[in-house]
Ligand binder design. Structure first.
Ligand code: DAT
Ligand code: MG
Length: 140
């Protein structure tokens, strides 16, 4: 498999509980490298743009409100098959269904407040990375 990049967010429930380092430790133990990272407070418009694919879903309003409820850490992760690899270590969207040892099993509070985002395809990874990082902020 090729070296890829994926986009990650440590969500407000994670920053609120001071879990940035704990989650980064799981990421780094998996072999993925954090090649860009910054702590931001998303605007409503940024969150709506980021999750536009879900705008018809009943939970969209709640999701946007949550994502702007506190700081987040946006990241670019790099490694072999990074998109799929990160989805594996994140675990299922609903922490009750997430496998043991995954970030969501370890730390997520609920299906809505589930600690992390990870891109679901290489195409979306490129789009999501470009929403938050310029090329010179990514140091591989
Ligand atoms: P994932 O984050 O695993 O890619 P997704 O893309 O289907 O999941 O949904 C994006 C986020 O929306 C998810 O991380 C949390 C929220 N969400 C999804 N399904 C939900 C639901 N049934 N109720 C509340 N929030 C939900
Ligand atoms: Mg998704």
């Amino acid at each position: 498999m090729a070296i890829e990049r994926t986009f990650s967010i440590l969500k407000p429930d994670a920053t609120a509980r001071n879990l940035t380092g704990a989650i980064n430790a799981v990421i780094e133990k998996s072999g993925l490298r954090i090649v860009a990272q910054k702590r931001i407070h998303m605007s409503r418009r940024e969150a709506e743009t980021f999750y536009a694919v879900h705008k018809e879903r009943p939970f969209f309003g709640e999701l946007v409100d949550f994502m702007i409820s506190g700081p987040v850490v946006v990241q670019v992760l790099e490694g072999e098959g990074a998109v799929l690899r990160y989805r594996e270590i994140m675990g299922a969207t609903n922490p009750e269904s997430a496998a043991d040892g995954t970030i969501r099993k370890l730390y997520a509070k609920s299906i809505g407040e589930n600690s992390v985002h990870g891109s679901d395809s290489q195409d979306n990874a490129k789009i999501e990375i470009a929403q938050f990082f310029s090329g010179n902020e990514i140091v591989g």
